[in-house]
Design a protein around this ligand. Structure first.
Ligand code: B3K
Ligand code: ZN
Length: 871
């Protein structure tokens, strides 16, 4: 398969002004009639070349004149027409088979209903089209279907007509007044019910809000509806963005490749991100639903009104929209907790991507299959890049830039350069060096050192930036990095900062701007050796090294005035301790609990002044994946043993305190951020108590499970029990399965728990789950719950020395590839970092990748990930 390059971008040679579509729905043979109004956009000789995939062409007419096979050229996935007039109308009738569509792209059937997924290039599986985001057209869509089976017929925009047809059929016509790219097209038809509510925009537009679900899920829509209303209000208050149609619809479907899709006026969602009741969804699920609902809603401006010129610009809409949804969530809850969670996600998922064979810039230079580039880099690092712009310009400056961006480009398909340009123009700032963040892959490293001179009362902070080479980018240029920092005195107070050459000191923190490989900052009037608090709020997506002593880390853990950095100090201290334990495991030495660390940890636990959610974050040890990233050669067994030991030792050493905090936080009621924080802390205490292995703790977890009146506590108990083999654990798991066997989304939690279980026999367990009646390889949520969790969250067994874990995933990848290449390709990424392991595991993973690449009939998706991983 051939790669597509950013440098080859050329504007479309034709534009499509309007599209009339008519769908005659049938699961086996749907007819799609389309009438395109085309205008030439380039030289007269330019032929019209339309994209199409798996389509049967039944009729084609040009300006109402039927065309014969000799009048056009159909080869592979391109339909070519020569010598067209300047402006013309092309009518096509194509046939598609939605029920046979297991790739879940284009028009397909889920739970007996029709739905679509067109981003990035799914529209070409529906009809022949200029399927690229810089072609924006006005759509009118007529849908015809059997009325009894498909009573609800939906598409983008406003309903303009509907009625009955002969033979028990009916129709609906939808018109979307906003020109849009084909990837935002959507159609839904099925037996659905809807939860309705409304929102009045700030200029008084009454918007009809509807969430469509299967009837048995109608009682699980309240939270999604409230989240939608909150998002709409927040985007008006925060960014002055108002909704622009009279109706906003969300449809929940069970079979969906990703989280959700922002189609204009008609979002299609994975039901996982809509359905929730306190007894079926955890607090984390509630928060995730709120943020995905917000994300898709925010796309209406950052994505739909202003869209991407080409798919290399994907982060234009995704990075910006993730940034916007992160800010929204931060405003709904505790900002520092949200920041901590986002940084954890970035470090455990994006940093490894940026350090491996799939590394690519936020704006990639080339791809084989665009679906492989909906990555942590484009989304999460992209959001960090937007956040850095805000840090450099300040909140007001950023808002000015965003206003200019939306004003200037409303209705256009643009580039990340246009976005940065608007930020520059609105603030009279030069961000030319900053732009490198979009083009350079890899996580930069900041190495900082500080020296204090008591004679002159100065503190010299030296910061050096560097970045390891990535594929195709052997030399890295220095980036423009905002480093937010403060200096703390011995009592933990921020020292007023005055740099050499400045007249007066500024209280509190400041943002240093790094643009060169090395900078030296000399702070004046610093009488004693300070403790620097660097990269506050994680002001840039980098790795920071500073030679802190254990005592300094303990000090920052207790005193840093930046909530994020207080947490970070604890993580760095824990990391040091865990690295020591890993070495001890490898050397066969006895493992011992570091007394100073236990003490600092215990103090956080005892600190009643802190918010529960923040305490819970502080007491969560760095994950096994993050620890693996820090090792030259990953040793999954030593990592697991060391981390388990530390959990067990802390649980035992601080048992009384964990018990006391457990008692104090148990039984929190309600779904507000405070109650959620208390439940998180309570369940964390339970997990530490169980890690200690005490019989009393197991009994407590059993009671916790038995008396749980919400899914968060039920799952908290199950998670805690997972480490305690025995009757209590088996009974609870069996009870959960029996209770939730008919609710697939809840059963996924049960699948996931067992897939991540590190106890011996994991492979057979996972095989057992795959033959469970609730499992289906065709459903992406099931695949993620069982195979995804096993590959990503059960390193000890996935990387079993005999290669059995790798083999299982490889077999599944090949089986899946024939059905759903996108989901198969995601699973392959678990094998891509094979070079990080010992020789035996390297060999096993490499052989698996080779087996995949050699497989006949492989999809482009899987081919790209597997072959890139090997070279
Ligand atoms: N824009 C969609 C993602 C589409 C993925 C296509 N493979 C969801 C989102 O980011 O909002
Ligand atoms: Zn998005």
């Amino acid at each position: 398969p051939a790669a597509i390059h950013l440098k080859d971008y050329a504007p479309p040679r034709w534009r499509i002004l309007s599209v009339d579509l008519c769908f005659v729905l049938d699961p086996e043979d749907t007819r799609v009639r389309s009438r395109l109004t085309l205008v030439r956009n380039g030289q007269a000789e330019a032929p019209l070349q339309l994209n199409g995939q798996d389509l049967v062409l039944h009729h084609i007419r040009l300006d109402d004149r039927p065309l014969q096979p000799g009048d056009y050229h159909l080869e592979g996935e391109t339909l070519t027409l020569h010598d067209l007039p300047e402006r013309c109308e092309l009518s096509l009738e194509t046939g598609i088979a939605p029920a046979a569509n297991t790739a879940l792209e284009g028009l397909y059937v889920s739970g007996g209903n029709f739905c679509t997924q067109c981003e990035a290039e799914g529209f070409r599986r529906i009809t022949w089209f200029l399927d690229r985001p810089d072609v924006m057209a006005v759509y009118t869509v007529r849908i015809e279907a059997d009325k009894a089976r498909y009573p609800v017929l939906l598409s983008n925009g406003n309903l303009t007509d509907s009625g009955d047809l002969p033979e028990g059929r009916h129709f609906a016509v939808w018109h979307d007044p906003f020109p849009k790219p084909s990837y935002l097209f959507a159609l839904v038809a099925g037996d659905l019910v809807c939860r309705r509510d409304g929102f009045t925009t700030r200029t008084g537009r009454e918007v009809d809000l509807r969430i469509y679900v299967q009837r048995h899920n109608l009682d699980k829509c309240d939270h999604a509806m409230r989240s939608l209303q909150a998002s709409m209000g927040w985007d008006e208050d925060t960014f002055g963005r108002e909704y622009d149609l009279d109706i906003y619809m969300i449809v929940a479907v069970d079979d969906f490749n990703m989280g959700a899709m922002e189609n204009k006026g008609l979002n299609v969602f994975n039901s996982k991100y809509v359905l929730a009741r306190p007894d079926t969804a955890t607090d984390d699920d509630f928060v995730a639903i709120e943020s995905v609902i917000a994300h898709e809603y925010f796309h209406n401006w950052s994505g739909n009104r202003v869209t991407c010129r080409d798919w290399f610009q994907l982060s234009l809409k995704e990075g910006l929209t993730v940034f916007r949804d992160q800010e929204f969530t931060a405003d709904q809850s505790l900002r520092a907790v949200k920041r901590i969670q986002d940084v954890q996600r970035l470090r455990t998922l994006q940093f490894p991507e940026d350090a491996g064979p799939m590394a690519h810039p936020v704006r990639p230079q080339s791809y084989i299959e665009i679906n492989n580039f909906y990555t942590m880099t484009v989304y999460e690092k992209g959001a960090e890049v937007v956040r850095m712009i805000q840090t450099l310009l300040g909140r007001e400056g950023f808002r000015r830039g965003l206003d200019l961006y939306f004003d200037r480009h409303d209705g256009q398909a643009v580039t990340t350069d246009d976005f940065v340009k608007a930020m520059e123009d609105a603030n009279a700032r030069d961000l030319s060096r900053f732009r490198r963040w979009y083009d350079q892959a890899g996580t930069p490293l900041l190495e900082a050192t500080g020296t204090h001179d008591p004679e002159t009362a100065t503190y010299r902070l030296t910061v050096r930036q560097s970045c390891l080479p990535t594929k195709g980018q052997p030399e890295k240029l220095p980036l423009h990095i905002p480093l937010v920092m403060a200096l703390l005195d011995a009592r933990g107070r921020e020292i007023p900062l005055r740099l050499e050459g400045e007249d007066s000191a500024v209280a509190g923190e400041r943002t240093l701007e790094l643009t060169a490989p090395t900078h030296v900052f000399v702070f004046q009037d610093v009488p004693e050796l300070p403790v620097p608090s660097l990269l506050r709020g994680f002001s840039a997506p980098v790795n920071l090294r500073f030679p802190y002593t254990d005592a300094q880390l303990a000090f920052l853990m207790a005193h840093d005035t930046d909530d994020f950095n207080r947490w970070e100090a604890g993580q760095q201290f824990a990391l040091k301790v865990l690295q020591g334990l890993i070495e001890a495991v490898q050397a066969g030495q006895p493992l011992m609990l570091d007394a100073r660390f236990a003490q600092a940890f215990g103090q956080v636990l005892a600190n009643g002044a802190l918010d529960a959610a923040l305490v819970a974050e502080a007491l969560t040890l760095p994950g096994e994946g993050y620890l693996a990233e820090q090792m030259a050669v990953v040793d999954v067994d030593a990592i697991h043993q060391a981390r388990q030991f530390l959990r067990q030792a802390l649980g035992a050493a601080l048992g009384d305190r964990f018990r006391a905090v457990y008692e104090a936080t148990a039984g929190a009621q309600g779904m507000d951020a405070t109650a959620m924080g208390r439940r998180r802390l309570c369940n964390l205490c339970l997990a530490y108590l169980c890690a200690s292995g005490e019989a009393e703790a197991v009994a407590l977890a059993r009671t916790h499970y038995g008396s749980a009146d919400n899914m968060t506590d039920a799952m908290g108990a199950l998670r805690a029990l997972l480490d305690c083999p025995g009757e209590a654990r088996d009974q609870a798991l069996a009870h959960f399965e029996a209770r939730w066997r008919d609710d697939p989304l809840v059963l996924d939690k049960w699948f996931g728990l067992q897939a991540m279980d590190a106890a011996p026999g994991a492979l057979d367990r996972v095989r057992g789950l795959m033959s469970h009646p609730g499992f289906s390889i065709r459903n992406p949520n099931r695949v993620r719950a069982v195979l995804g969790t096993f590959a990503m969250a059960n390193p000890v067994h996935f990387h079993a020395l005999d290669g059995s874990g790798h083999g299982l995933i490889t077999d599944s990848v090949l089986e899946l590839d024939a059905l759903n290449p996108q989901i198969a390709a995601r699973l392959v990424t678990s094998l891509s970092r094979w070079r990080r392991f010992d020789e035996e595991r390297q060999g096993s993973m490499r052989r698996c990748l080779e087996r995949i690449v050699a497989h006949p009939g492989l999809s482009r998706d899987v081919y790209e990930v597997a072959s890139r991983s090997l070279d």
